[in-house]
Write a protein that binds this ligand. Structure first.
Ligand SMILES: Cc1ncc(COP(=O)(O)O)c(C=O)c1O
Length: 387
């Protein structure tokens, strides 16, 4: 398959569909599920994943930037798209013209939007981001009332949603800080309701919150990492077991593969790669694989990781270079030129996961997948996996 590609990413439609159904089952049919496709759909390929997620039941899409939102809109997607990041004041018009939903927390943005809507007879849909303790984006609860008043000045702005984001729900099994954030969010919502304001879409749930705290589901989930199969952290998994929940059974959506570009034999004592960081302790057969750190394979994995060939582990020898890695195939005699190599994914009974690469590289699975180069071709596999 895909003989024309030297490297490619396979996306499993059935797996994405299955994972979406798991989250749908968590929240029931009435709440919305927003599929987070920012950062090139966590490296999976935004354009392809957006189409798949919508076809498989997502209600909303979430992106980080205006550019991502415009690109989906230009792709013909008319389902609501929420920009969760910052949009420059000078770019607000473009977002509104494309019908993109904006996350707002600065009075300057509201004023600019308001005038824009008046002058150009446009309608802008906004979601207030409330600061509950992450201290990233968000309006302080004490300033929420003033922001609502400001919004009322501009009939062209539709207050469609209110959101917040957890700071410490993935990294710990102690969720007291997350609970305090939730309480803060609830307090602000209650104050608004006392004043007769019920904002239609309240949302605070990322993957970990969706799994661990039904009370965070509100009107919409914003699910990222879980859609793609990956658990937010070990702690999230352990917490779900501690809560006596059946852990969600998620299926891997992505596999990253490449082909062997050269097979070579080196004698005992020969060095491999930049810096001569590996020296062969035996006569060694090497596979040169044409991917490197510019494709998103962490340089930190030099001499640490392994790839899979014919279901067997081939350890990396030498440094991960910009465009090449080199693996030891001495014990895989069948491996030959242009044979497929699995960098992330399954090969027969064995598997290399983004979690494994993350642990070896001292980072998180989010970073491993999000850094996969957008230049790698993405291929959707339509084969039907079991639910
Ligand atoms: C604002 C916001 N909502 C939702 C998510 C999705 O989080 P997760 O990938 O953990 O589901 C993210 C991810 O970083 C985010 O920044």
């Amino acid at each position: 398959m895909n003989a024309e590609y030297l490297q490619w990413i396979e996306l499993d439609r059935a797996a994405l569909s299955h994972n979406l159904k798991q989250f749908r089952a968590l929240v029931g049919p009435k709440r919305k599920v927003l599929a987070m496709v920012k950062a090139n759909a966590y490296g999976h390929g935004m354009s392809q994943v957006a189409d798949l997620a919508l076809a498989e039941g997502a209600d909303w899409l979430g992106v980080h930037s205006l550019e991502e939102g415009v690109s989906l809109s230009d792709q013909g997607i008319r389902t609501p798209i929420l920009i969760s990041g910052y949009v420059a004041l000078s770019d607000l018009e473009e977002a509104v013209v494309h019908g993109l939903r904006l996350t707002v927390y600065n009075p300057e943005a509201i004023e600019r939007l308001g005038r824009l809507c008046q002058d150009r007879r446009l309608q802008a849909y906004v979601h207030i981001k409330l600061e509950t303790g992450t201290n990233r984006q968000g309006v302080d609860p004490g300033k929420l009332g003033a922001m609502i008043e400001q919004l009322r000045l501009y009939p062209g702005i539709v207050l469609e949603g209110i959101s917040s984001h957890f700071a410490d729900i993935e990294d710990t099994t102690d969720h007291s800080y997350a609970r305090r954030q939730l309480e803060s969010f609830n307090r602000s919502l209650a104050e608004l309701e006392k004043k007769g304001l019920r904002i239609p879409l309240r949302h605070m749930s990322c993957t970990a919150a969706a799994i661990l705290f039904p009370e965070t589901h509100f009107d919409m989930l914003r699910v990222g990492i879980g859609l793609y199969w990956l658990w937010p952290s070990k702690e999230t998994y352990v917490s779900s077991l501690q809560q006596d929940r059946d852990p969600l059974e998620l299926h891997p959506v992505l596999a990253w593969k490449a082909r062997i570009a050269q097979v070579k034999s080196i004698p005992k004592g020969a060095f491999v790669g930049y810096g001569r960081s590996f020296r062969a302790t035996r006569a060694t057969r090497l596979a040169v694989i044409p991917i490197g750190y510019s494709d998103g394979y962490p340089r930190h994995l030099s001499n640490i990781a392994h790839v899979l060939i014919e279901g067997q582990r081939a350890p990396l020898r030498g440094r991960v270079a910009m465009n090449f890695i080199t693996a030891d195939i001495t014990d895989i005699p069948a491996a030959g030129l242009e044979d497929p190599v699995v960098l992330i994914g399954r090969s027969q009974a064995d598997q290399v996961s983004a979690d494994m690469l993350a642990a070896w590289a001292g980072t998180i699975n989010y970073e491993i997948v999000a850094r996969l180069s957008p230049n790698i071709p993405r291929i959707v596999k339509e084969s039907k996996a079991e639910d």
